[in-house]
Design a protein around this ligand. Structure first.
Ligand code: SF4
Ligand code: SF4
Length: 456
């Protein structure tokens, strides 16, 4: 079948029906090979895949649902510390939102796991088809069936691995591995793993980039966050150099023509069309017509005489304010994490009875101490008291050993002799807890009988 005739958008351009000369980048004014956004993306994708699997395995980011722990870059947060967990998650969301304002959909094009694995799926299918067509001498129909079967099989295996990586963010990886080996479908983790595997496979086979334009809200959110200074992919052809080769359209995974508008919801700002145009026009000694630019009317990325901070996207007061806000937020979060105590101690009175009187008239008050060791080493909690003359801990070893990850509760009594100088009624004092060099004090009350009660 004869190829469809190309029609130039610019009537002054005549399309030549002969192949373009071979690209000689060294002699052209096109971008050097080192500026290939495709290669940059693939390098970033490799780093992202390594990070995707490493983060839960190294406990850098992991929400352990069965144990109710949140691991965040070396910190093991308990569910009782929900405020820190919440602010940590908000910080990550805030960074992504700020990135969208400055750099457009760079997250979608370079960092999003959905996009990375969708592109990998397309590349895998294409590679398998080419390999089968090259080496298998069967009819076209049988080769197609073989290619599909091989692709489905490999995609199925990859889905299991990816689902395992994803569920590892919520269930301890070794535990999950054993569940996988025993094909566990009864527990929640096993069932969630099976469902995730199925969804991943369906995504690989059918959904792919359609997810970005149908399900994912981030593209629409980006439209609200961006403004005239946000980094976009922009087609500029003041000299009418476009030769209508449509290579920029053919390479686009999202199936759009960037020349119609830089604000299409499908565009993920990946830059593949920039490379494509650069490659074609370099053969004619011209520069690419598609660029990363700071807004529709702004400078091209990496050009102009503006200061270094403008070249990094800090092009107005709003962006500087957002950066300062992120720095302040990040510093506050870091300070909160640094000040966090590994061992949490809470002491409260047990007022099921106000006090207890011994046969010799000694007054007893009961207290409850709760200890949670959120650190990775064993800790000893030592209790002390001040402001209660003559009082002692009664039958209580006031040095309690708490293992790493352990929560303990103890009740103990404080006794004061009949002839102590305590006031009848309520006496205020402090109970202390010391773990290593960390000392905490708790304001407490000790209740003694009123005078007439003692006489009884
Ligand atoms: S138009 Fe260009 S930048 Fe946008 S998604 Fe397609 S290839 Fe990527
Ligand atoms: S690749 Fe460049 S020259 Fe070819 S159609 Fe796209 S913008 Fe025009």
């Amino acid at each position: 079948m004869a190829p469809a005739e190309l029609k130039p958008a610019n009537p002054n351009i005549k399309i030549l029906n002969k192949p373009l000369p071979k690209c000689d980048r060294g002699a052209s004014s096109g971008p050097p090979k080192s500026l290939s956004f495709h290669r940059l993306r693939k390098a970033v994708h490799v780093v992202c895949v390594i990070a995707f699997f490493s983060l839960p395995f190294a406990n850098l980011v992991r929400f352990d649902i069965p144990r109710q722990r949140f691991y965040f870059f070396g910190y093991e947060l308990w569910i009782s510390e929900f405020s820190i967990i919440f602010f940590s998650m908000m910080f990550l969301m805030f960074v992504i939102a700020a990135m969208a304002m400055l750099y457009g959909r760079v997250y979608c094009g370079y960092l999003c796991p959905q996009m990375i694995f969708s592109e990998a799926s397309i590349a895998l299918e294409s590679k398998i088809t080419r390999t089968v067509n090259k080496y298998v001498r069967w009819s076209a129909a049988r080769r197609k069936v073989l290619s599909k079967a091989a692709f489905y099989f490999i995609a199925g295996a990859c889905s299991v691995v990816l689902a395992f990586g994803f569920i590892s963010y919520f269930v301890e990886p070794h535990d999950l591995f054993h569940r996988l080996l025993s094909l566990d479908m009864k527990t929640t983790a096993g069932f969630a793993g099976a469902v995730t595997t199925l969804l991943t496979l369906l995504d690989f086979l059918f959904l792919r980039q359609r997810f970005c334009t149908t399900v994912c809200p981030y593209g629409y959110l980006q439209g609200m966050l961006g403004d005239g200074n946000t980094l976009i992919v922009h087609y500029r052809d003041e000299n009418r150099d476009c030769i209508e080769c449509k290579k920029c359209v053919r390479v686009c995974h999202m199936g759009i023509d960037i020349r119609t508008s830089p604000y299409q919801i499908e565009c993920i700002h990946c830059g593949e069309c920039i490379d494509a145009c650069a490659d074609v026009l370099a053969r004619l000694g011209k520069q690419t017509l598609i660029h990363y630019a700071w807004g529709e009317k702004g400078e091209l990325l990496g050009s102009g005489d503006k200061s270094w901070y403008a070249r990094f996207g800090l092009r107005d007061a709003k962006r500087v304010a957002v950066l300062l806000l992120i720095l302040a937020y990040g510093s506050g979060l870091f300070a909160a994490l640094s000040m966090r105590r590994a061992v949490l101690v809470r002491i409260a009175p047990d007022r099921t009875t106000m006090y207890r009187l011994g046969k010799d008239g000694t007054v007893y008050n009961r207290f409850r101490v709760q200890m949670a060791n959120r650190g990775s080493t064993q800790a000893t909690v030592v209790l002390s008291m001040e402001g209660l003359p003559g009082a002692t801990f009664s039958d209580f070893e006031n040095a309690v050993v708490v293992d790493a990850g352990q929560s303990l509760q103890r009740t103990f009594e404080i006794s004061a002799p009949r002839d102590s100088s305590l006031e009848p009624g309520v006496n205020h004092f402090r109970l202390g807890s010391r773990v290593g060099n960390d000392q905490d004090w708790f304001d407490e009350t000790f209740i003694t009988p009123m005078k007439d009660e003692t006489k009884e």
